[in-house]
Design a protein around this ligand. Structure first.
Ligand code: ATP
Length: 282
């Protein structure tokens, strides 16, 4: 559908619930084939934003294009996958039957066996939906979002409540989607998840985007230089120019006849940047 345009384009998106401004002029673009992470504390506006993009919620103002179309366009439905929370399953159907049932609703579905493999459901394909574990049920939710072979997939907190093994399995599904060239918009509270999966992230707070970029580069302009002083105290400085700072620090230490023990230069992690930005605004 409409090649050559970004998967998602959002400009000046605003949405209020009564007097509460949930989104206040949000702008971002997601390229085709990108995994984009929307991060932010509770109440930041992530779900509101995703629901506007999914066409479930009306915006108050702003421009929104999903695969080049307005989110309300019915044509989009066959091209967009939405992971609902166990809404599409009948307890008495097996996993395979459930996927086949959903496949029949799409014009060009993926092969049922392929979807089962992609979602890591091979081993429980013949199990009835009511007998699935929480993690397996979530994988079935994924499978149902994939069966129509969508170009764009929305994942709202896809691994909340998962045990570590189920999370890793879900990550593998998301990576497999990226390898297939799909675009994924993911909201998550887990910063390691965003770091592991997202090509780019946006940090949202109180309806405003505070920062946007590749997870490794969000705080790239500020480096942390740390060392242990002669009396054993851990010292740290933040700088945009670690070369100059190291030059000064090491020259001063040499002049004093000391060495800088445990000297390290590190980039802040996504978690450091997230906490710094969201706490500064809170
Ligand atoms: N239907 C609604 N009616 C009134 N207020 C709402 C409604 N839905 C969300 N809100 C409010 O809008 C703000 C943004 O909520 P939203 O669910 O979009 O945030 P979120 O970032 O997804 O939060 P969480 O991480 O907790 O899921 C919050 O203050 C929330 O209480």
């Amino acid at each position: 559908m409409t090649r050559g345009v970004p998967a998602i384009e959002v400009t000046g998106l605003s949405k209020a619930y009564g007097s509460l401004a949930a989104l206040r002029g949000v702008d971002f673009t997601v390229a085709r084939g990108e995994v984009f992470g929307l991060l932010g504390p509770n109440g930041a506006g992530k779900t509101t934003c995703v629901e506007v993009l999914e066409g479930y919620r009306q915006r108050d103002s702003g421009e929104v294009r999903v695969l080049g179309r307005d989110p309300g366009d019915r044509e989009l439905r066959a091209h967009v996958g939405i992971v609902l929370q166990s809404c599409g399953t009948y307890p008495h159907l097996t996993v395979r039957e459930t996927v086949a049932h959903w496949a029949a609703m799409y014009p060009r579905p993926r092969q049922v066996n392929e979807v089962l493999a992609l979602a890591g459901l091979d081993d429980c394909a013949d199990r009835r939906a009511r007998r699935l574990s929480g993690g397996q049920a979530r994988r079935l939710d994924f499978a149902l979002a994939l069966v129509g072979d969508p170009e764009l997939i929305f994942l709202d907190e896809p691994t909340t409540g998962f045990d570590p093994a189920a999370r890793r399995a879900a990550w593998d599904v998301i990576r497999a989607l990226r390898d297939l060239g799909k675009t994924v918009l993911l909201t998550t509270h887990y910063l390691d998840e965003a770091q592991a999966l997202a090509d780019r992230v946006a940090i949202l707070q109180d309806g405003v985007i505070l920062a946007e970029g590749p997870p490794d580069q969000l705080g790239a302009s500020r480096y942390r230089v740390a060392w242990r002083s002669a009396d054993g105290t851990l010292e740290e400085r933040f700088t945009e120019d670690p070369t100059a700072l190291l030059h000064t620090l090491t020259a001063e230490a040499v002049a004093r006849g000391e060495s800088l023990e445990d000297l390290s230069v590190t980039r802040p992690s996504l978690e450091d940047v997230y906490l710094e930005l969201t706490e500064a605004v809170a």
